[in-house]
Design a protein around this ligand. Sequence first.
Ligand code: PLP
Length: 403
Amino acid sequence: MKEIIYNYAENDYAVQDAMICSGVGEQHQKNFGAVSPPLVKTSLFVQQSYQQYCDDMQHEAERYIYSRGLNPTTELLEHKLAALERGAACKVFGSGMGAISATLFGLLKSGDHIILVNNVYGPTVVLVKQMQQRFGIDYDIVLSGDVEDIRQKIKPNTRMIYTESPGTMTMRVVDLQMIAELAKENNIITAIDNTWATPLFQKPLTLGFDLVLHSCTKYIGGHSDLTAGAVVGAKVYLDIIRDFSHQLLGAVLAPDSAWLVIRGLRTLPLRMRQHQNNTYAILTFLNSRAEVENICHPLMADAKQREIVSQQMFGTSGLISFELKDGSFEKVKAIIDSCRIFKPGCSWGGYESLIISPNRGYNQDVICKDGMALGLIRISIGQESPEMLIADLENAFDSIKTY
Ligand SMILES: *Cc1c(COP(=O)(O)O)cnc(C)c1O
């Protein structure tokens, strides 16, 4: 049995983060003293005079003219996310993929090369493959995350190293500081999808990364009632993303959703604490079960991985995958269908516990090609009581015994 470490978010950033989330510094007096920020639901802003309009058009990036550019509600969210990541600037988008595509389209051009490091979110890989076919943007994938393996793939035209840590499905972590150093030596932009850790549990910009991306659909929104995305980082890159991708590609976030994300942030520290506590209990349970071959979560990894975790993470969240010893589709299906609280559903990071598997019965060859086990099951651990969640899984495991 592997040792489990438990590394909770008592860190230098936690107090400031709690203030950012709870709204310290919001300008209530501008809005009749309303403690909750206004939802400014408008497509355009009329000006006091035509001269005013002409002046504003010279400062489009900072003035309220048209909501595809700047809107006070989405702007407040952008300030908060930038502050949480300790970044200079942020733009928000209508989904995580909106933010990811805006970043890649904004900063790459034909003839560039991008290196994807670790197991990156599937649709992001598909997008990069499409960019190669359609626009001649070359790519390499380095699954190991090893710095020497990455170094070997660097070419004169390598423009970006894009990673995800912990990686999708495998939850394997990569050493962010070492990757940032390697990239800097070679004048390469670094970007990371930080959705799993949230800004509370990992701050890649402080480790030398240039850009951090989020699907706010997951933990940041936290209530499974919206899609949203964000990119945070240095102003030089965010200016390009704002002027080109945000303004011209136009996948912007509606103020309504921005308002809900701000509301989600109010409880983010509380929710992440609960996700983490529930997850700790469930990891301990899964670790005790004979049916489980392997558990994928940073706390369950080998000593080298856990060393990286303790260097760069302040906590761990509740998206886990584990392998059943018997990976037949029937067993996978039986486990999922025997759960009552965990529901089959593809997203994660909400209040509700979810369960899925990459094994859909008809795609075994694809799973094997991707190096995944057929018995892999992914659970998103919600806010319910850990005792209930464990009882639910226990019942499901018992059901495959008699199956
Ligand atoms: C869901 C997800 C995305 C995409 O976000 P959407 O809001 O669904 O577009 C990107 N990265 C990761 C790791 C995700 O889980």
